[in-house]
Design a protein around this ligand. Structure first.
Ligand SMILES: Nc1ncnc2c1ncn2[C@@H]1O[C@H](COP(=O)(O)OP(=O)(O)OP(=O)(O)O)[C@@H](O)[C@H]1O
Ligand SMILES: [Mg+2]
Length: 218
């Protein structure tokens, strides 16, 4: 579903991703790990089309089409979703209202679906009326990112450290949700968490170092 070929990505005149090849198929979780600063988040942002990142070489193919030069909203429309490692705050934007607008469905049935997802990720219903990411605890932000990934129903889901700062029981809950989500989507999962790596030990894992993939296997 997603194929990244010899990708070289630059930020502010510096090469951060230095020739990465990567494939994520439908019904597959690919785990990405590697030291701080090795380019994992930049790779994710490049796939999503962050305008701060400049692709100087290589391509990103999604569902058979080259999306390397498409704006992020177009990639989203085609079915890619990225969670933020550090989600930005939006004053005055109510979580529930916002998510339903983004999904393009604001009926009662959709609200029910959203409430059920909040229950699954362990967020109380009152969070629907909180402001987007404002004043949320670290773990609550991560739960909300996961809820968005579930609710928006995209085919390719990129999760950037949604398990950092999350308690052990909740990491297990998140991974079991992802294994379920895998039945209908491809997942690229960036993590440092030893428990996650253990729980996903049957999946393919990629290790990055200094902007390159140095290991790829099980
Ligand atoms: N806007 C920017 N300006 C300058 N350098 C940047 C910018 N964004 C990222 N970088 C640099 O790119 C490198 C890779 O960053 P990236 O966030 O991709 O690492 P990471 O592998 O996700 O690390 P972590 O495990 O800490 O999340 C880092 O050295 C970082 O400082
Ligand atoms: Mg990162």
């Amino acid at each position: 579903m997603l194929r990244v070929e010899d990708l070289h990505a630059w930020i502010e005149g510096k090469e951060i991703v230095k020739g990465v090849d990567l494939e994520v198929n439908k019904r597959e979780i690919v785990v990405v790990t590697g030291p701080n600063g090795s380019g994992k988040s930049t790779l994710a942002r490049t796939i999503m089309g962050d305008p701060k990142v400049e692709v100087k070489e290589g391509s990103i193919i999604f569902k058979g089409e080259d999306i390397t030069d498409l704006p992020p909203e177009e990639r989203f429309e085609r079915g890619i979703f990225l969670t933020f490692q550090v989600p930005p705050e939006f004053e005055g934007v109510k979580i529930g209202e916002f998510l339903m607008k983004v999904k393009g469905r604001e009926d009662l049935e959709t609200l029910k679906e959203l409430k059920e997802i909040f229950r699954r990720v362990g967020l109380k219903e009152e969070f629907l009326f909180r402001e987007l990411h404002r004043g949320l605890s670290g773990g609550e932000r991560k739960r909300l990112e996961l809820a968005q990934a579930l609710f928006l129903g995209k085919d390719m889901i990129i999760l950037d450290e949604i398990d950092s700062g999350v308690d052990i029981e909740s990491v297990e809950m998140m991974i079991s949700i992802l294994k379920d989500l895998k039945k209908r989507a491809g997942i690229l999962y960036i993590t440092h968490n030893p428990l996650t790596l253990k729980l996903l030990e049957d999946e393919r894992i990629i290790r990055m170092k200094e902007g390159r993939v140095v290991e790829n296997g099980r």
